[in-house]
Design a protein around this ligand. Structure first.
Ligand code: FES
Ligand code: FES
Length: 154
């Protein structure tokens, strides 16, 4: 299968790269673009570890063919905050001890960020709904919900 040229915007930067037609967005992020913060938990759309924001919506990047992102804008965990300047959402996760091993955390943060981009003050139920596709095996969902609820997104 021939390679496709993909032009898109990732974390605010225009990028152009070659990808296989059968490649997923998750594979392209981790392999061609070396953005390893997006994790592969299951590869079948069940765990949410691979969540990124595609044109404003949270998606499982393992379920998106890279050919579908041509011309799109993608936000990954690397675009959310930096080591010396965390996103308020990341700071809230730290403050609320909403992280244990961290494997689910980038996907969890991206689902929460997509929610906060569309709703400044989501209800607890909306938060639970927004992260319902993100599985965490070792932290406390209550702390995660509180961390998202406590965010000042003004
Ligand atoms: S790796 Fe994509 S949903 Fe689990
Ligand atoms: S913090 Fe370990 S899986 Fe969520």
């Amino acid at each position: 299968m021939g390679a496709l040229r993909i032009d898109c915007t990732i974390n605010g930067r225009k990028v152009s790269f070659l990808a296989g037609a059968d490649q997923t967005l998750l594979e392209a992020l981790r392999e061609q673009l070396k953005l390893k913060g997006t994790k592969c938990g299951c590869g079948i759309g069940e765990c949410g570890a691979c969540t990124v924001i595609l044109d404003g919506l949270a998606v499982c990047s393992c379920q998106v063919f890279v050919a579908q992102i041509d011309g799109c804008a993608i936000l990954t965990i690397e675009g959310l905050g930096q080591h010396d300047e965390l996103d308020p959402l990341q700071e809230s996760f730290v403050e609320h001890r909403a992280v244990q091993c961290g494997f689910c955390t980038s996907g969890m943060l991206m689902s929460a960020k997509a929610l906060l981009m569309s709703r400044k003050r989501p209800t607890r139920e909306e938060i639970r709904q927004a992260i319902s596709g993100n599985l965490c095996r070792c932290s406390d969902y209550n702390n995660i919900v509180l961390a998202i609820e406590d965010i000042d997104s003004e």
